[in-house]
Ligand binder design. Sequence first.
Ligand SMILES: [Zn+2]
Ligand SMILES: [Zn+2]
Length: 284
Amino acid sequence: MDWVDLHLHTTASDGVLTPSGIVDYAKEKGLKAIAVTDHDTIDGNGEALDEGEKLGLEVIPGVEISAQFDLGSMHILGYFVDIGNRILNEKLSLLQETRAQRNPRMVQKLRELGVEITYDEVEHASGGGQVGRPHFAQVLLQKGYVNTVQEAFDRYLGKGAPAYVDKFRFDPKEAIRLIREAQGIPVLAHPFTLHILSAIQLKALLNELIELGLIGIEVYYPEHTEDQISLYESLAEKHRLLVTGGSDYHGIEADKAKIGIGWRDMRLSYSMVEAMKAALKVCF
Ligand SMILES: [Zn+2]
Ligand SMILES: [Zn+2]
């Protein structure tokens, strides 16, 4: 049997392995095809495609775009995107720039509120890693502006608090449109993170997303329960959606998800890739 893994992260986003490293690893594990689906960037795909060609492993260029959704988190996967597409590249770099401005803007807001804080201090608290609100809280705590981390969030940093700056995200319509624009297949990732509990609500949301151009749903995912899998399978059938799956492997030792197999023995057939290729011929 030919196995695939259609949801992987590399150092281009928050993964540990480089794009070529993940291709080497997938080859070692005997996979036939993989998709590189980094968060909000397609930058890892070029290197992965080159390595795939070298090793004879099929690499599907992909992306995972975070979309604005109030209930939970909505991620839209894009498969077979044209990584040379100008609009996709421009929009994703704009997104990165806007994100990069978030932390300095939060520093500015805090200073306007009379808190003496510098960006250097926050960066220092992060230990050189990605800067986030917990690091702001740490500095506020150290400097005695608050007594607990919770207080830092309540008074300054939490959603709706005076120093809060929203993380910029595309709305679902724009995320789907961007992927289609780049001749890619938009797929709703791990539906359980939407935090929609009723099948009726999920159905209604799927209908909306399909109208916006959604073509597939990620049914197989390590954290999906048996019940969720059968619900998503039946929804996919009813709405004639492509079915995909992947481990969401990030290369982190402590993570339970392993490449190709997820938590236990998830096995994804190459027929998923064939179905996508057939859909591409019809859609574009
Ligand atoms: Zn995701
Ligand atoms: Zn992911």
